[in-house]
Design a protein around this ligand. Sequence first.
Ligand SMILES: Nc1ncnc2c1ncn2[C@@H]1O[C@H](COP(=O)(O)OP(=O)(O)OP(=O)(O)O)[C@@H](O)[C@H]1O
Length: 332
Amino acid sequence: MRASDAIVVEELTKRYRGGVQALSGVSFTVREGEIYGLLGPNGAGKSTTVRILATLTRPDSGRAVVAGHDVLREPGQVRRKIGYVAQASGVDRWATGRENLLLQGHLERMPGRELRRRVDELLQQLGLEEAADRLVNTYSGGMRRRLDIAMGLVHRPAVLFLDEPTTGLDPESRALLWADLERLRAQGSVTILLTTHYLEEADRLCDRLAIIDHGRVIVEGTPAGLKAELQGDRVTLEIEGDASQAVRALDGLPGVLEAVSNGSEVVARVSEGATAIPLLVTALERAGAAVSAVTLSRPSLDDVYLHYTGHRYRGEGEPEEASLAAGAARRS
Ligand SMILES: Nc1ncnc2c1ncn2[C@@H]1O[C@H](COP(=O)(O)OP(=O)(O)OP(=O)(O)O)[C@@H](O)[C@H]1O
């Protein structure tokens, strides 16, 4: 462990009573001051990992050090140095935003004057100044989430855990929250570990991320680095007909590295877009699937996920059952 590591996780495993193996050996390292993302679909093991790091549950095996303290041997010290924002809001809806923050600070035994100053500062940082003295019950979903985050920050933790901070928010509130988190990162005083099942969120916000699937870290890196490792171009072909059948027509075509279906689309990663497009269109049309639109782009995190897991990521985080063109996967 280096002095600049805020979180070190080594080979965590966890099986819940009832037999679910939630974690099967999760390892990663988060450096001080970065926003690190755990990206994965529902049930991948993200919350379990965060709950272990926040000392809310124990692993069966493995080791984790948070802000210099071992979560199993020094849980009290870990707790003093972290903020934890769960998926479900913990704020009192029948108190004002300010009252919630003051109460949180009292629980953390912060002295009155410093606490009042800290609360003012957080209300301002998270854009809640005007609503500070209104009951939380009157807040929008985005405002409540921002208050949740402020609650986690009151005692100036070294590490902040955010479990799916933007799930359920509309796109505008999500963008506002991203801007808040980016501002926090710019200040450099807190390390943030967040879980998300939004590819766009991980891409936009995280300095580095780990893709988690079935309780394992599949791959780790910067969003840009992970995308750059995937060579070639992404071609999206809108077709009329059954895309899950049509995708098979691309099996074995020269230059096709990966291909999957997604609703009425066939998405292929190819070594060279411009030369591949006519081949792809001809192959699909020969198979009886008329192509109505073609888009060429650079690989996205979506493609990274597909490449490493073998299945495609779907909008709200549910991976589709593998619908890979046989033999076309993982050939880059
Ligand atoms: N208290 C529990 N008892 C039994 N099984 C559990 C418990 N909590 C989680 N699980 C199971 O462990 C697995 C991992 O769950 P976890 O909540 O860590 O995943 P996740 O990636 O955070 O998903 P989500 O986005 O749905 O929270 C899932 O199969 C889940 O059903």
